[in-house]
Design a protein around this ligand. Sequence first.
Ligand SMILES: [Zn+2]
Ligand SMILES: [Zn+2]
Length: 307
Amino acid sequence: MFELVFLGTSASAPSIRRGLSSLVVMHDEYRFMVDCGEGTQRQILRSGVGFKRLNHILLTHGHLDHILGLAGLLSTFMRWEAIEEVNIYGTQHTLDRVHDLLYGVVLRGQEPGMPLNLIEVRPGPIFRTNKFEIRAFPVDHRGSSSLGYVFEEFPHRPFLTDAAERLDIPPGPWRKDLVQGKEITLQDGRVISPDMVLGEARPGTKLSVVGDVGKPFKLIDYVRDSDAIVTEATYLTEELDMAEKFGHSTAEQSAQLAKQANAKMLILNHVSRRYRDDAILAEAQAIFPNTHLAADFDTFQIKARED
Ligand SMILES: [Zn+2]
Ligand SMILES: [Zn+2]
């Protein structure tokens, strides 16, 4: 299961109710911030997420409404000893601008006081634990060398407690070894293989986070079968020409992406204050009913589908 917290959901400029792009994806002890628009620090505080362990920042692209918050965040981290290192991931194009912002404006020759790693990312796997991995994929957005990110748990085989009871396997380290796929020998000499107590493999949760995107239909293969897709809805169909001109999506296009990719849920963000929320939702839900429009501080628990 992944947990999502939206910190900012407005497009281009903040509104009274919405901050600029940022969200946090959590899995066990891991936390990943995706984008860091201006004002994100205060949103972190207001959301209750806190700064702790917020040391992986994935950037979709280098437009200012997605990166300006890094300046303030880094300046706070520099005064706050509990953060051991900061890892900022993005394409080289994105990192060049982040480098100018952090080294040219914030640091200006001063040492960051902790390792500050700007990590160039290309499409493909970028981060892995024993439970999940993160993959980057290319996104079209006004020549900005953008990326989207898939967070996906590995398939896992559930431990069948009933079977373990029937076999008289005592709770404790034996069961742990079996869960990890190791054969065990019990004290009475019986050898138990993992297959005897593990069920059918179940797919893990898949969460796809897309930043700003024109031509979202190109992403179908990357986000296929997601339990949730987070993507933008900067325009409505009535301004499709504007969406195309600026490399953004309409609510309808995002809904089509979710539908064609067989997603379970669609969460829209990066919305313009020109439209009413219910108009954005209505346009998307006409095509993909399980659409939500994220507000700042909304949280979602994303779980693998049951089928
Ligand atoms: Zn944007
Ligand atoms: Zn942009």
